[in-house]
Design a protein around this ligand. Structure first.
Ligand code: SF4
Length: 173
């Protein structure tokens, strides 16, 4: 079975971000993976019923996605709302979709409290970043997926190999 790649919907050009925008990643590999039927797209937050636009949210108190999954971290909106339950549901949806579709890899946009896999905002809503995973990225990693940020697409290309099917047939991961 060919491994598929779970991709953040905003990277695919879908206008699903909190501000109503997208962050399309124009890369020929994505076009090829699309043609090969390897791309599975999700906006975790929208899958959990969150609207577009929506208030910006960050993971607070120097915690990250792993802490939220463990019940010791919270996700809060700039407007004060606690959206932890929505973010947990978003992560569950992403893991379920990835599992149901045989995704072994994920390509997620960095910085997001859901999809960030290298850095996230620090909870102060001041634009400050720190290392850490968003809630969905953490859940996908715990489920065994290899998660790459949009800045790491070249590493994902190298990981999958020039021909995804051949890489799978030879046992490559
Ligand atoms: Fe993009 Fe992920 Fe945020 Fe949805 S949850 S807008 S896919 S970064």
């Amino acid at each position: 079975m060919v491994s598929k790649i779970l991709v953040s919907a905003c990277l695919m050009g879908h206008a699903v971000r909190y501000d109503g925008g997208a962050k399309p990643l124009a890369h020929p590999a994505i076009e090829r993976w699309m043609q090969e039927g390897l791309v599975v797209t999700i906006c975790p937050e929208m899958s959990a019923g969150m609207p577009v636009p929506r208030p910006p949210a960050e993971i607070g108190d120097a915690t990250d996605g792993e802490d939220v999954l463990a019940g010791t971290g919270r996700v809060v909106e700039l407007t004060g709302g606690d959206v932890t339950e929505e973010f947990l549901r978003a992560a569950e949806n992403a893991v379920r979709l990835a599992t149901d579709n045989g995704c072994r890899y994920a390509l997620l946009i960095d910085g997001s409290p859901s999809c960030g896999s290298g850095f996230i905002y620090d909870g102060s809503f001041s634009g400050s970043l720190r290392a850490g995973n968003g809630v969905t990225a953490a859940a996908l990693k715990q489920a065994g997926l290899e998660v790459f940020s949009d800045r790491e697409i070249d590493q994902l290309i190298e990981r999958i190999g020039p021909n995804s099917t051949a890489a799978e047939d030879s046992g490559g991961r």
